[in-house]
Design a protein around this ligand. Sequence first.
Ligand code: BGC
Length: 930
Amino acid sequence: MKLTQNTFICLIIKIAILCFGFNRITANTPPQKDLLNPKELRVEYLENPMGITVLSPRFSWLLEGNGRNRTQSAYQILVSSSKKKLEEDQGDTWDSGKVSSHNTNQVVYAGDDLISNTDYYWKVKIWDESNQESEWSEPAHWSMGLLNFSDWQGQFISHDVGYDTTDKYDSLYLPPARYLRKSFQITKKIKRATVYSTALGLYELRLNGEKVGDDYFAPGWTDYDERLYYQTYDITHSIKQGDNAIGAVIADGWYAGYIGYALLVRLDKVREFYGVNPSFMGQLHIQYEDGTEEVLATDSTWKSNEGPVREADILMGEKYDARLEHSGWDTPGYDDQGWKTPKVYTYPDGKLEAHPGSLIKNIERLRPVKMTEPEPGTYIFDLGKNFAGIAELKVEGPAGTEVRLRFGEILKQDGNIQTENLRLARATDTYILKGEGVEVWQPKFTYHGFQYVEVTGYPGKPILDAITGIVLSSIKTDASTFKTSNEMNNTLYENIKTTQEANFFDIPTDCPQRDERLGWTGDAQTYMRSATYNADVASFMTKFLVDLDDAQRWYGAYPNFAPFPYSRPDQYSPAWMDAGIIIPYNMYKVYNDKRILEFMYNGMEKFMEFQADASTNFIRPGGGNNWGDWLAVDEETSKGYIGASFYGYDAKLMAEIAEVLGRKQDAQKYRDLFENIKKAFSEKYILPDGRTTEDTQTTYALALYFDLFPENLEEKGAARLAEKIEKNSFKFSSGFLGTKHVMLALSKYGYHDLAYKLFKQTEYPSWGYSVENGSTSIWERWNSYTKNDGENSDLNAKMNSFSHYAFGSVAEWMFLHAAGIGTEDGGYRNIRIKPDISKEVDFINGSYKSINGTITSSWKWQGNKVIMTVNIPVNTKAKVHIPIENISDLREGNKKIAKVPSIKVVTTNEKEAILEIGSGTYSFSFKYAP
Ligand code: BGC
């Protein structure tokens, strides 16, 4: 190359910079790597949470940085009582000092006692593998809520709307919402103002004309006699000098309204499971600049009234008469002379705590894709996908005009909505116009599962924007990405996520549309691992496990659903009650959460005792309300088999849980129990030729996946499962319990092509069948609907939801096996990358944001070679399983493996090589050995 004068000058400058750079470091220091930087700081899984009640909160952060094999060798956390102190690096509440540790999550606070109603500020810095110190992270904060019952000065207040004592079975009782308000004056400069609020029922808090916070359905659903959650909001900047007004609207909600199928099956109660009258409690803590403090709490000096919300029920819908609005009722200066003195209630025995999960939010707004008019004056808005939430109505017309909204998941052939599957959920919202220009309305205390909104009574012909879909959910499914060459499967993945969002609604509900919407435990346990791949469900599931623990039956069984509002005693079932072990186990696996295992442990032991008592010779019988392999088609697995196999699985998981918690003796006890169950189980259900006595897909899938096959017969059992699937033209005959385990068992025993064939199948029964039928969600049943019969297939339309996540449990297989992203221990610090390679697809691209950072695993065919790209986050390691016969055929980039110092070959055999890698991006190419 010819050097021009300019390039020569540049070169000199570069050399000078380099020399200068080296001089600044000492002569012997190796060149500096990029610093690792802690980011995304969280406390108890939440970003800057307000008002927590966990006394030793857990911290976590993620690390960002380039290069391979980057790790954290130490950290330091500072917690300060003020922003200023934190800026000055004064950890006056806690200075952890430099702690030699790889941990970036589940780091337990160990400073001064945390004080009620107090803000804390924190930051973290880390040292990397070469002991290079990072910068301090961006500051984060959290606040402690009211920690003692005695901190509560407020009373539960409500408005007396009378009580309708008539029959509740044949006509609906839907009392109006209650309005509560209070004016107050602020005359001094405010430093900090916080409001703590809750309700027995549902509430929306208002301050100076605005909604406080962005939560829906607060305070969430618990068994209210066990515990009640409250919310904390920072209102420092919403309070004004001079006059202010605070208010709340409250409604029956889960506390007093219709819940589940009670009305349908005419239980002893159909509503008011926890109490009759909803009530609200709140208090405002104001700290002034001058150091004084003031508390303004709910009491009988507040004022109460009815208002425009005439009916408000989760299942039945909401009715709003805008003519009855109290204009300005939640703003200062409103004259509340006509309002009444509220009724005061007590909340006797339960616990008041901060909501540990994630509250419901509006996660998306949907513009209709189409409007049709199947009958004159009946307008159907298509919102493009089946979700849970409400419709916002925009309308202009004469006062008194009544617009009615009804909701449906599918359309009948005549273009009208199908509502039969809502059963007794009336799911109807009504808006009565006040006639003052454009009116925009959203209900507050009801929600529906729908894609279509039927609008009747609209004044004139609505435009498309008359309806907006308000998608509500406790979670966002943004933790993963998945793409493959088969487009149907990409749609399936979207449908799974849509259905998870629709049902992760304070609790994991079975469905969002009909009169059910309960936290069915069988659905939740089967879907748990899938849920974690799609979304960060750590705090959501923590909340649900508290519900489950609260709802555990006194005799040890976990119930069919939690919370458990009904008074029926025998509500448990094999594979449903096992949620009490399977969900916490997965919390450990995915989030490295041992605290939840400790919290649940006594209950789990009690449950194991209950099962032991119910068993004869280690075989747990069917028992309870056993649904077997619910919604299986063509083949039936006995209820006894389901009961016995899940008992074995529980024992296996309990042994691991006890080990993780350092309870060695218990671990041995459960290992022994597992061996005993396995022996009894195989004697009873497994024949000498490796077949099961019942020979259904589900029987093989469960026993193989749960390790209940005798070692010498498992290959035969797996081969029989494969043979059955082939004979069944690569289609399922399994239900809620069997299906995902069929996929997992096939992968476990190397039947990858078969698993992909099932995954890609489009003929009934398969996932593809619903996608081909235009579904945007996961159906309750394999054949919920067919294109040829819009009225439904041969099934009872009333027991047919189009938004049930249980069959979406294939997401677990998609990530664990198709993309191959798994964890060896708790929390993806020791990652396992083991994709199932098959000619059935051209490529799989997967990524998953774990508690230790984002892991990606992609593979594709290039001729007869496979290219595999893996990215492992900082501070983690991975064992990568490469299906290859000869290690010398394996390349990373364009180098032979032996030439890549950052890769360690752990083992090789004639089927695979296992490599150990640290953080960084790797690209492998090899010839596949099936
Ligand atoms: C629910 C299911 C649930 C089941 C128990 C149904 O009504 O929708 O998802 O698990 O009952 O069989």
